[in-house]
Design a protein around this ligand. Structure first.
Ligand SMILES: Cc1cc2nc3c(=O)[nH]c(=O)nc-3n(C[C@H](O)[C@H](O)[C@H](O)COP(=O)(O)OP(=O)(O)OC[C@H]3O[C@@H](n4cnc5c(N)ncnc54)[C@H](O)[C@@H]3O)c2cc1C
Length: 479
C-alpha cells in the first residue's frame, strides 16, 4: 500500500517519535515508518534525560545555568562541535521536560549522574519504569491520539527526489519484501546511527577496534539514515563519538554489576598490571577509553572480602538504584555461582590462583597489589592520582576477580544540519525538504561521548526530533 502525507518520519525511536508528536501537535499529517516490529529503538533503554532549567529543577532549587552548561560542553569538545546546535538543544531541553510531562511522563526527580555533579541535569522517572520506556509510551499514545500513521516492519530504503533534487518522500520495504512508497512534503530521518554497520564504523571511527569490544548492548542500527541522506545530497559533518561504557560484564549477571562499578576496587590488564585511576568508573566513556587501550581490551576487576562486604553494606548509590535490576541483591549468591561456572568470576584465597585465572604471571599480579596497597598506606596513588577516599587495601581474602570488557552502546555523528535540523550539503546549503535528527546528525559530540552532559544522548535525540518536527510542520502548514 502506498501513502501520501505531509511529513514522513523515517525511524520511530527517540528522535522519530518526538518528531512525529511535535509535527502532529502543530497540525501536520504524519506517517512514521519503523523498521522494527515496534517503535522505540534504543530510546527504550535510557534511565535519564538531560534538561536545563526544567520545572523539576526549579522546584528542587537546582539552578541550571544554560550559559555555563553551554560553555562546558563546548570546552569539553574543544569547540569541535557546532555551537548553534548545542545552544538550540540546551535551550529547548528544559521546556521539553514539561512537554513530555504534559504527555504523561511522570518525572520524579533530577539527580546527579557522576559524584558531586552540579548542576543536576539527569531527569528520571520511577525506577520501575525507566525514562526511555515512559517517554516512548507517552509519545506513542499521543501520536495515536493525533492520528499519526505508524507503519511498523517497514524499512526506509531510499529517499525520493524530484527533478530539482528536493526530497519528496521515501521508498520502503515491508517484512515480506514488498515495496511501500510514502510520498511527503518533508522527510525527517531518525534511524539511530550505524553501530550495526561495520563498514561505516570502520570509515568514521578509524581508531576503533571492534575486536576488543566484548559486550554488546542496545540495538545495532544499520546506518540507513546516513546512507540515504548522503545519497540525496547531504554532507557528512565529520566529527563522531562512539558511546561506550566499561568495565562491563558480558552476559546477564545483574548482581555483579553492583560490585563491578566501585571506585575502591582495582583494575588490571592481562599482564596483571594496574592501568588507571579506578575512580573514573563514574565517567563510563573515559573508563571505556582506558579499558580499550589494554591488550585485547580485556580487564579484570579485583576486590577482596572487605570490598565485597562494603559494597553490600553501603547499599546502592543513586545511579545503581536506577540502572540495576531491583532484585539483584536477592539473586547475588545464585549469580555468583553462575559467574564462577561460566568463567567470568574467580574467588580464591590466593592471588596466585587469580593470576592463573587472568593468565598472567603471579609475580606481576602480586607486585601490582602490593604497589597498590603501598599507595593506600601512604594515602597517595603516586601512579594515577586516585582520590584518597577510594584507596582501600586489598588484603582480606578471599579475593575476587571479575573478567570484564567494554560495551559499545551507540554511534553519535553523521549528517551536517543547521539548528532547525535541516540537512545541509557540502556547500552548507539546505537539501530541500530533508531533516535529520537523533544520532544520525553530526556536530553534537566529538571524539569522546560527553558523560558530564548527563542524559544528553537521549535528550539531544528527543530535542532534535522535536525541533525538526515543529519546523517541518510549520513549513507544511504555512504552504
Ligand atoms: C543500553 C542503552 C542505554 C542508554 N541509556 C541512556 C541514558 O540513560 N541516557 C541517555 O541520554 N542516553 C542513553 N542511551 C542513548 C539513547 O538511547 C540514544 O541516544 C537515543 O535512543 C538515540 O535516539 P535515535 O532516535 O537517534 O535512535 P533510536 O532511538 O535507536 O531510534 C532509531 C529507530 O529507527 C529505526 N530504524 C533504523 N533504520 C530504519 C529504517 N531504514 N527505516 C525505518 N526505521 C529504521 C530503528 O528500528 C529505531 O526504532 C542509551 C543507549 C543504550 C543502547
Amino acid at each position: 500500500m502506498d501513502y501520501n502525507t505531509q511529513i514522513v518520519v523515517i525511524g520511530g525511536g527517540a528522535s522519530g517519535m518526538a518528531a512525529a508528536a511535535a509535527a502532529a501537535e502543530a497540525g501536520a499529517e504524519v506517517v512514521v515508518v519503523e523498521a522494527n516490529a515496534a517503535v522505540g529503538g534504543n530510546g527504550l533503554f535510557p534511565r535519564g534525560i538531560f534538561g536545563v532549567d526544567s520545572v523539576i529543577q526549579r522546584r528542587k532549587l537546582v539552578f541550571a545555568d544554560a550559559d555555563e552548561i553551554f560553555k562546558s560542553c563546548m570546552e569539553y569538545s574543544h569547540w569541535k562541535i557546532d555551537g548553534r546546535l548545542i545552544r538550540a538543544l540546551i535551550d529547548k531541553s528544559g521546556d521539553t521536560i514539561s512537554w513530555l510531562a504534559g504527555k504523561g511522563v511522570d518525572f520524579t526527580d533530577v539527580v546527579h549522574h557522576i559524584p558531586n555533579q552540579t548542576p543536576e541535569v539527569f531527569h528520571i522517572t520511577d525506577a520501575a519504569e525507566n525514562v526511555g520506556m515512559a517517554v516512548i509510551k507517552a509519545l506513542r499514545a499521543y501520536c495515536a491520539e493525533k492520528g499519526v500513521t505508524i507503519l511498523t516492519g517497514t524499512r526506509g530504503k531510499k529517499l525520493l527526489l524530484d527533478e530539482h533534487g528536493a526530497v519528496r518522500g521515501v521508498l520502503c520495504e515491508d517484512k515480506q519484501g514488498g515495496s511501500v512508497t510514502v510520498t511527503a512534503e518533508k522527510a525527517i530521518v531518525c534511524t539511530g546511527g550505524f553501530a550495526g554497520n561495520p563498514e561505516l564504523v570502520a570509515k568514521f571511527y578509524p581508531t576503533y577496534n571492534p575486536a576488543v569490544v566484548s559486550v554488546g548492548g542496545g540495538m545495532r542500527h544499520q546506518g540507513d539514515g546516513v546512507l540515504m541522506a548522503t545519497e540525496a545530497g547531504a554532507d557528512i559533518e565529520g566529527n563522531f563519538a562512539m558511546e561506550m561504557a566499561a568495565p562491563k560484564l558480558k552476559g546477564n549477571y545483574a548482581g555483579l554489576n553492583l560490585l563491578i562499578g566501585k571506585p575502591y576496587h582495582i583494575w588490571v590488564n592481562r599482564f596483571g598490571r594496574r592501568f588507571a585511576d579506578e575512580g573514573i568508573v563514574y565517567n563510563f566513556a573515559q573508563a571505556a577509553n582506558a579499558c580499550m587501550r589494554q591488550p585485547d581490551g580485556a580487564v579484570w576487576v579485583l576486590f577482596d572480602q572487605s570490598g565485597f562486604d562494603r559494597t553490600l553494606a553501603d547499599g546502592r548509590d543513586i545511579i545503581e538504584l536506577i540502572h540495576i535490576a531491583p532484585d539483584a541483591e536477592e539473586r547475588l549468591a545464585q549469580t555468583i555461582g553462575k559467574a564462577q561456572e561460566d568463567g567470568v568470576l574467580k574467588v580464591s584465597g590466593s592471588l596466585e590462583e587469580l593470576a592463573k585465572f587472568i593468565g598472567c604471571e603471579a609475580a606481576e599480579l602480586e607486585e601490582s597489589v602490593s604497589e597498590y596497597n603501598a599507595c593506600c598506606d601512604q594515602h597517595w596513588d603516586r601512579l594515577f592520582a586516585k582520590q584518597g577516599r577510594y584507596l582501600t587495601r586489598l588484603d582480606q581474602p578471599p579475593y575476587y576477580a571479575l573478567r570484564a570488557g567494554t560495551d559499545m552502546l551507540i554511534t553519535h555523528g553523521g549528517i551536517r544540519v543547521n539548528e532547525q535540523f535541516e540537512a545541509l550539503d557540502s556547500q552548507f546549503a539546505t537539501v530541500p525538504n530533508l531533516y535529520v535528527a537523533g544520532v544520525d546528525f553530526g556536530g553534537a559530540d566529538a571524539d569522546v561521548y560527553n558523560v558530564t552532559m548527563s542524559g544528553h544522548g537521549f535528550g539531544f535525540a528527543v530535542n532534535s526530533g522535536r525541533i525538526a518536527g515543529e519546523h517541518a510542520a510549520q513549513a507544511v502548514t504555512a504552504e
